[in-house]
Design a protein around this ligand. Structure first.
Ligand SMILES: C[S@@+](CC[C@H](N)C(=O)[O-])C[C@H]1O[C@@H](n2cnc3c(N)ncnc32)[C@H](O)[C@@H]1O
Length: 250
């Protein structure tokens, strides 16, 4: 079963969520792409920035979630519903961007070399995935979910940066790989719970009924408050590690 998404909840932190996308795009130097693909476009707000940067390009936005595709269309992006596992590049695909998606795709390490091999000369493939699965936020959620028979994605879903570098370089591309930990300032009540509710906890939300999910979050909330205490000024600092990998084809 695919995960259900809530586009409005996801966009609650749009500034923090947009920043890695822009940091990723800052390393893309393709000048005049014929076709730009946003793999896992989500609600389309960031896809729109691709259209603004390359107005002449054909923009292809795909996402497996009906809710996200509907939200993207409402944002003026002609998104279509497709799982990335079923996607293959068109011959004129000069740029692929996939931001915060491939952690949901356990087979992506096998897909990357196939996708890159199918791109034309001079193309760029740019990806970003969270690398925070060992962080307290995810470890706490994972163990409480496991007690309820729900498996959350583990660290093994995402590779370490050096592995992505080797994987991309192995295709003959120039690999540009780095990681950044954003020390995110969140505010309000239970902000870390709020953050992960719109992403990592979606599978728990799908697996439990409303009462069981409420009980799960009631148990998780104090543990998250302890792991990420609010400062007297109301700030909750939520460090978030993200991995970036860009392949420039010769
Ligand atoms: C965290 S959101 C990122 C959305 C957007 N790229 C952004 O940066 O705001 C993850 C997106 O990946 C999509 N997704 C997850 N698994 C997918 C799959 N197998 N195929 C296509 N899209 C997928 C989800 O539907 C969701 O829209």
């Amino acid at each position: 079963m695919s995960t259900t998404w809530d586009p409005a909840l996801y966009l609650d932190f749009d500034d923090h969520r947009a920043r890695p996308f822009h940091d990723l795009l800052a390393r893309v130097r393709v000048a005049d792409p014929r076709r730009v693909v946003d793999l896992g476009c989500g609600p389309g707000n960031l896809t729109a920035t691709l259209a603004a940067r390359w107005p002449e390009a054909v923009l292809d936005a795909v996402d497996s979630s009906a809710e996200m595709v509907a939200a993207a269309r409402a944002n003026g992006v002609h998104a279509r519903r497709q799982a990335v596992e079923d996607w293959t590049p068109e011959p004129d695909t000069d740029l692929v961007v996939t931001n915060a998606v491939l952690q949901w795709v356990p087979t992506h390490r096998a897909l990357l070399p196939r996708w890159i091999a199918a791109l034309p000369p001079g193309a760029t493939f740019a990806m970003q995935v969270p690398g925070n699965f060992a962080a307290p936020s995810h470890a706490l959620a994972r163990s409480l979910a496991a007690e309820r028979g729900v498996t959350l994605r583990g660290e093994l879903g995402v590779a370490e940066p050096a592995e992505y570098a080797a994987l991309l370089a192995g295709t003959g591309a120039e690999a540009d790989v780095w990681e950044t930990t954003y020390v995110q300032r969140l505010t309000g009540e239970d902000p870390v719970l709020h953050w992960i509710s719109s992403t990592a906890l979606r599978p728990v939300r799908d697996a439990l009924d409303e009462a069981a999910y409420a009980e799960f979050t009631a148990e998780l909330a104090p543990r998250l408050r302890e792991a990420y205490p609010a400062s007297p000024d109301g700030s909750t600092w939520f460090p978030f590690r993200r991995l970036f990998a860009v392949a420039h084809l010769p």
